[in-house]
Design a protein around this ligand. Structure first.
Ligand SMILES: [Fe+2]
Ligand SMILES: [Fe+2]
Length: 144
């Protein structure tokens, strides 16, 4: 089962970033399923090692591109990224040890936030880059 299926609607049109978003969504689905199979330790490990680290890398990658091309919303967008990381680490992570139900709620929160952020903020930079005829020809960031 999947909590959310990747859809074309979530695409920014910037290939590297779309791949990174897709990896995050797929991995969150994987964690959700591990939890369902009662593989709680593995689910926790992937959340901490893959999701959090990869999200940080992904945010940095976006911010580098914003800086490079002078995206006017850099500061605002970066603040949203920073606040999200702070929320995960300080508010969400401590909940995962409480119960499977709380763990599941954390995963739902992460997926919901990610999709909302892509649709509200990330799609905007896609449009802006296109309006400036800027082509981003980069590889997605690596997992490790
Ligand atoms: Fe993003
Ligand atoms: Fe972003």
């Amino acid at each position: 089962m999947t909590i959310i299926k990747w859809s074309k609607e979530f695409e920014t049109g910037i290939k590297a970033f779309d791949e990174e978003h897709k990896y995050l969504v797929e991995t969150l689905n994987k964690i959700y399923n591990l939890l369902k199979e009662r593989k709680r330790d593995e689910a926790k490990k992937i959340l901490k090692n893959n999701i959090i680290k990869y999200t940080e890398k992904h945010f940095k990658h976006e911010e580098e591109i914003f800086k490079k091309y002078g995206y006017p919303e850099l500061e605002r967008h970066k603040k949203i990224h920073d606040l999200f990381i702070k929320t995960i680490v300080e508010k969400e992570l401590p909940k995962i040890d409480k119960s499977d139900e709380e763990f599941r709620a954390v995963i739902s929160f992460l997926v919901g936030w990610l999709i909302m952020h892509i649709q509200k903020s990330d799609k905007k930079y896609g449009e802006w880059l296109r309006s400036k005829n800027i082509v981003i020809d980069e590889e997605p960031v690596k997992i490790d």
